[in-house]
Ligand binder design. Structure first.
Ligand SMILES: Nc1ncnc2c1ncn2[C@@H]1O[C@H](COP(=O)(O)OP(=O)(O)O)[C@@H](O)[C@H]1O
Ligand SMILES: [Mg+2]
Length: 300
């Protein structure tokens, strides 16, 4: 087995909510093969908030999907809790995912014809499970959704919609929540709210959260940042601040610019244009590029 100690954030297997060894994911065949993940070893520690950062196309979403059992792997092994999911049959995998994992996406993925409460309990309803009323009440109150439960998504603001999506992810009290750029479509204030709730879910409710983001300010809410580049985890940072993450990203961009001819981001970093350097590798994010949330979020 590869040496777990070398991996940033490595923990003993029994403390991992999810982990992977030699996780490799290739798309396509022959000359068109894209190696999205290249023999990744990763541990997601239970009860922690882990952020995943990296340029667009570096494999962040693929990593999240493979860890969550939403996508198959080309090689390597993945565990959710103590259960190895690589090799599980579809039915078992579906059940495991349903019981242990919650998801949040950049586009909130709410059902427009259902009201907020119906959206929140939808995964439980599909699974034929009764919600734990006390838990659900706690989640709804923690997210400030009590007086919005009868509203449909179109009657809610973006931030409220993402809070509903957050409540939906939490409703089954999953061991692990995966959030792929959950603040990407939110203005900075609504983004901060959602980040605060994810932080609370870890601190007060004991959840484990993995969040993909390209906003240093959002990453600063996490306990550990894993940096991905070209399908590999190239670094980890404990107790991140927006400044330290931004500094780290600038160094990546400078290296990429110098050695890979990725001129735009490297040049921006070299010129000290931090906001542009931070925003460039990823999809445009109004929260980051418009008002420099990176600095603001760090104070909360
Ligand atoms: N379904 C797919 N088919 C082919 N290539 C894909 C697919 N999904 C992702 N990729 C490729 O895999 C690489 C990693 O993608 P992704 O994980 O989405 O990156 P990120 O989330 O960091 O932007 C990219 O080169 C992307 O083009
Ligand atoms: Mg992605």
């Amino acid at each position: 087995m590869p040496t777990p100690a070398a991996a940033p954030g490595a923990v003993p297997a029994e403390r991992a909510a999810a982990r992977a060894r030699g996780l490799t994911k290739a798309y396509g065949t022959g000359e068109t093969t894209v190696l999205a993940l290249d023999a990744v070893d990763v541990d997601i520690a239970r009860g922690r908030f882990t952020a995943v950062m990296g340029p667009s196309g570096s494999g962040k979403s693929t990593l999240m999907h493979c860890l969550a059992g939403l996508d198959t792997v080309s090689a390597g092994r993945v565990w959710l809790g103590g259960t190895e999911i690589t090799g599980l049959r579809d039915r078992e995998l579906t059940r495991l995912r349903r019981d242990r994992v919650g998801f949040m996406f950049q586009s909130f993925n709410l059902v427009p014809t259902l009201d907020a409460l119906e959206n929140i309990t939808l995964p439980l309803d599909i699974a034929g499970r009764r919600p734990d009323r006390d838990w659900l009440d706690r989640v709804i109150d923690a997210l400030g959704l009590r007086d919005r439960l009868k509203h449909r998504p179109a009657q809610l603001s973006g931030g409220q919609q993402q809070r509903v999506a957050c409540a939906r992810a939490l409703a089954s009290r999953p061991e692990l929540i995966f959030a792929d750029e959950p603040t990407g479509n939110l203005d900075s204030r609504a983004g901060l709210e959602v980040l605060g709730f994810l932080r609370d879910a870890v601190d007060r409710l004991g959840q484990t959260v993995v969040m993909v983001t390209h906003d240093p300010g959002a990453a600063a809410h996490s306990d550990l940042v894993l940096f991905l580049a070209d399908g590999r985890i190239v670094d980890g940072m404990e107790h991140p601040t927006a400044e330290s993450v931004l500094e780290r990203m600038k160094r990546f961009d400078a290296i990429r610019g110098a050695y890979e001819g990725d001129g735009s981001a490297g040049a921006a970093a070299a010129a000290g244009d931090t906001a542009r350097a931070a925003a460039l590798p990823a999809e445009r994010d109004p929260a980051t590029s418009a008002d420099g949330t990176g600095g603001a979020t760090e104070e909360v």
